[in-house]
Design a protein around this ligand. Structure first.
Ligand code: ADP
Ligand code: MG
Length: 257
């Protein structure tokens, strides 16, 4: 059964008033499904709408038009409060810059989403997620005492503490060297294979994309192409044809007459 954990229908996101020359269509009528228990990599040139896609799919941004569903829930119909609860309880998000609080220990950072929800986090649960990311012995360390890879694994543990059904990661390995990047990618893969979560990750790196089940390629805010069962080689080749086919961001209507 193909049940989409996340479903986007004709999602458009514009920035600016629409009346000025600077109005930008970051996403242009994107329709995409993310089947439950799969790992998708989102790729495309800088400015092609990858981050906007993730933010709209995760309920961090509201689309200008279109429909976004997580499970059976229509996000665009939710109030701000409803969106906040959905993000807190059902969605995990990991950023390139880790976004940990430097003055808190690893276990305090991991516990934060539950504390913010007014819940008392069980010590055993914190230990469980830190063990899952291989950092049980670093629970009392603060971010400045951890390597980049370890910090990103703390961020992953923090995203997992609420047992979200979907996890979004925007260039999670962008600030890491390739060895620690692989550790993070293996963990993302295991979240899909072992825990049945749905993972959507933005990346520039064809090797990172090869951990996914599918690559979605965005160009100018539209789905340009998809690659199933991607290898680093096929993804790199697809990106290369994209770059030689035409200058990125070329828009005929903006060319001088
Ligand atoms: P990517 O992640 O692929 O680099 P983004 O989704 O960040 O692309 O951006 C897509 C387009 O939307 C870009 O032209 C960017 O400048 C524009 N954009 C993104 N966020 C905003 C914003 N908050 N305000 C104005 N323009 C934005
Ligand atoms: Mg981006």
């Amino acid at each position: 059964m193909n049940i989409d954990a996340i479903q986007l229908r004709s999602v458009t996101r514009k920035f600016g008033t629409g009346r000025t020359e600077e109005a930008v269509t970051a996403l242009d009528s994107v329709t995409l499904g993310f089947p439950r228990g799969t790992f998708t990599a989102v790729m495309g040139p800088s400015g092609s709408g990858k981050s906007t896609l993730l933010q709209c799919a995760a309920g961090l941004e509201r689309p200008t038009s279109g429909s976004v569903r997580i499970g059976g829930t229509e996000l665009t119909a939710l109030s701000e409060r409803g969106l906040t609860l959905l993000r807190r309880d059902r969605v995990g998000f990991v950023f390139q810059a880790f976004n940990l609080l430097p003055s808190l220990t690893a276990e305090q950072n991991v516990a934060l989403p539950l504390r913010l929800a007014g819940r008392r986090p069980a010590k055993s649960r914190i230990r469980e997620v830190l063990t899952q990311v291989g950092l049980a012995d670093r629970a009392r360390h603060r971010p400045p005492e951890l390597s980049g890879g370890q910090q990103q694994r703390v961020a992953l543990a923090r995203a997992l503490i609420t047992r979200p059904e979907v996890l979004f990661a925007d260039e999670p390995t962008g600030a890491l060297d390739s060895r620690t990047g692989h550790e993070v990618l293996r963990l993302l893969r295991a979240m899909v294979d072992t825990d049945g979560r749905t993972v959507v990750m933005v990346t520039h790196d064809p090797v990172a994309a090869s951990y996914a089940d599918r690559v979605v390629l965005l160009v100018d805010g539209r789905v340009h192409d998809e690659v199933a069962a991607p290898s680093a080689q096929t993804v790199a080749a697809r990106l290369a044809t994209l770059e030689t086919a035409r200058p990125i961001n070329f828009r005929p209507e903006s060319a001088p007459c």
